[in-house]
Design a binder for this molecule. Structure first.
Ligand SMILES: [Zn+2]
Length: 226
């Protein structure tokens, strides 16, 4: 009898723990977490678009090369820890097809992370969708009119793709003054364009350098069927 009571107690305890594990976060619009360590290294398999999509993969590695080295652009985003944040965004990114003038859309619940190791704060959106109809992949609307460029770069160019990825990164990182590097611009085309220009001003030189250094990568990526 005594053994049975102990077993019952253990079962109840384990039930309580399960309930907690199934509801780890309250459903709120903005959840703050304080991780002990965020120095994760993501396996390539955690980045599905990098594996499956040659055009995307090329833009990803271009951006990584800029963020992973010391330059004005990587410094603007906060230096080496930014690579980890960028990878977390890319791990969430999926491809979909919608209104052509949107390049990448981040939406849904956000999780704000305070990383005490790097003393950086950033947020991750629940959904990060890259538009297969938009300027990342296409230069024209379905009716064949030209899509607007990104910054001073034409749509569907290597430079525009890197600028688009850096633009989204700008929405996720908090600057030292407590504001996001780029203000929210959902539904505001004019602010979105200004945000792209702001990033191009800081990163334009590095973005153009990538194309000069390895001009062949773009040809390879463009020649691959999607
Ligand atoms: Zn934006």
């Amino acid at each position: 009898m005594k053994v049975r009571e102990i077993l019952m107690g253990a079962a109840l305890l384990s039930l309580a723990l399960n309930t907690i594990a199934e509801n780890p976060l309250p459903l709120m619009a903005d959840v703050e977490i304080f991780p002990l360590a965020t120095n994760r290294t993501l396996e390539p398999s955690a980045l599905p678009l990098v594996l499956e999509d040659d055009v995307f993969s090329s833009a990803y590695y271009d951006t990584l090369a800029i963020l992973g080295t010391e330059n004005r652009c990587s410094k603007f985003f906060g230096g080496p820890p930014t690579v980890d944040i960028f990878n977390q965004i890319i791990a969430k990114m999926r491809k979909d097809y919608f209104s052509a003038n949107v390049g990448i859309r981040m939406s849904g619940t956000t999780v704000t992370v305070h990383d005490f190791q790097t003393n950086k704060a950033y947020r991750l959106f629940e959904k990060v969708i890259i538009n297969g109809n938009g300027p990342f992949y296409r230069s024209r609307y379905p009716d064949s009119a030209s899509l607007p460029g990104i910054g001073t770069y034409g749509p569907d160019t290597r430079e525009a793709r890197v600028l688009m990825l850096l633009h989204e990164l700008g929405h996720t990182i908090k600057s030292d003054d407590g504001k996001w590097l780029l203000p929210d611009d959902g539904g505001d085309d004019s602010l979105s364009r200004r945000n792209s220009m702001k990033i191009e001003k800081v990163c334009g030189e590095e973005i153009s350098n990538r194309s000069r250094v390895e001009g062949k990568t773009e040809e390879t990526a463009k020649a691959s069927p999607l």
